[in-house]
Design a protein around this ligand. Structure first.
Ligand code: SF4
Ligand code: SF4
Length: 261
């Protein structure tokens, strides 16, 4: 019998929600356990953070000196490194502090800021070490992590979803909330993978899966303003969960410039 794929699931600055994608697999997780060995997965049981593995899943972004040092050990111990979720892939909510001064935030929030050890900027994993595959979403779904593992078990590189959410709306024949109701929607610049979940329930996409392939962010920013959003509100749309994705970061900064005019 072939040796099982050794897998580790590591946590950095994050809410733990993406790790739940594994636990939410339910019975499928038990089947998976027959094919892979979870060598480190603190939320589920085994704790061996410095173990060498075939695949390391990484949740969370880098926001402390300790994390900046630890991610290098994770990289050195893994043949294939996969980021899971918005924090690991594009900074997450905590990276919004990059838009201001870290010391001011810490001083404003904590009574004794001298006990807080934080980097000036929060960074996605790819800004620190080489990443082999990025899974986007807030949180990622069990379907995504399973598809990645199945591909690796078959000896192929997992495919990436890069289409826009709009395309998925068309495939599902979901009525467009922006065209029919004038609701500001981020679907035209956001990658699919969620099955256009939010529009299917009659609400706008807020871009939790990050930028799609070839997004025209400036054009969407103008459209959002045309629908009544202020420049500040447009900036907030781009500077949200995936704020460190370059195309979203630039579009948000451009909108904020408009706010200053
Ligand atoms: S609802 Fe949003 S994602 Fe769907 S087609 Fe309209 S703009 Fe695109
Ligand atoms: S529709 Fe947009 S906000 Fe909703 S789950 Fe999909 S990518 Fe995320």
């Amino acid at each position: 019998m072939a040796a099982k794929l050794r897998v580790a699931v590591h946590k950095f600055s994050s809410c733990d929600g993406c790790q739940l994608a594994f636990l939410n697999l339910g019975e499928t997780l038990l089947e998976l356990a027959g094919l892979v060995e979870f060598a480190h997965f603190a939320e589920a049981g085994p704790v061996e953070p410095d173990v060498a593995v075939d695949v390391a899943f990484v949740e969370g972004s880098i926001s402390t000196p300790e994390e900046a040092e630890r991610i290098r050990r994770v990289r050195a111990n893994a043949r294939f490194l996969i980021t899971i979720g918005a924090c690991a892939t594009a900074g997450g909510i905590q990276a919004l502090r990059n838009l201001h001064t870290a010391q001011e935030w810490v001083a404003g929030v904590y009574a004794s800021p001298e006990y807080v050890s934080a980097l000036e900027h929060v960074t996605p994993i790819a800004a620190q070490v080489r990443v082999d595959l990025e899974l986007w979403g807030c949180p990622v779904s069990g379907h995504q992590v399973l598809a990645a593992l199945r591909a690796l078990l078959s000896g192929v590189v997992p495919p990436e979803e890069e289409d826009k959410v709009c395309l998925e709306c068309k495939r599902r024949q979901t009525v467009c909330v922006m065209v029919t109701r004038g609701v500001p929607c981020m679907g035209p610049v956001t990658r699919t993978g969620c099955g256009a979940l939010c529009p299917a329930f009659g609400r706008d996409c807020y871009a939790c899966y990050g930028p799609a392939e070839n997004p025209n962010a400036p054009s969407l920013a103008r459209r959002l303003e045309g629908l009544g959003l202020t420049p500040g509100a447009v900036a907030a749309r781009f500077h949200f969960i995936n704020n460190q994705a370059p195309v979203f970061l630039d579009a948000g900064l451009a909108a904020r410039t408009g706010e200053d005019d």
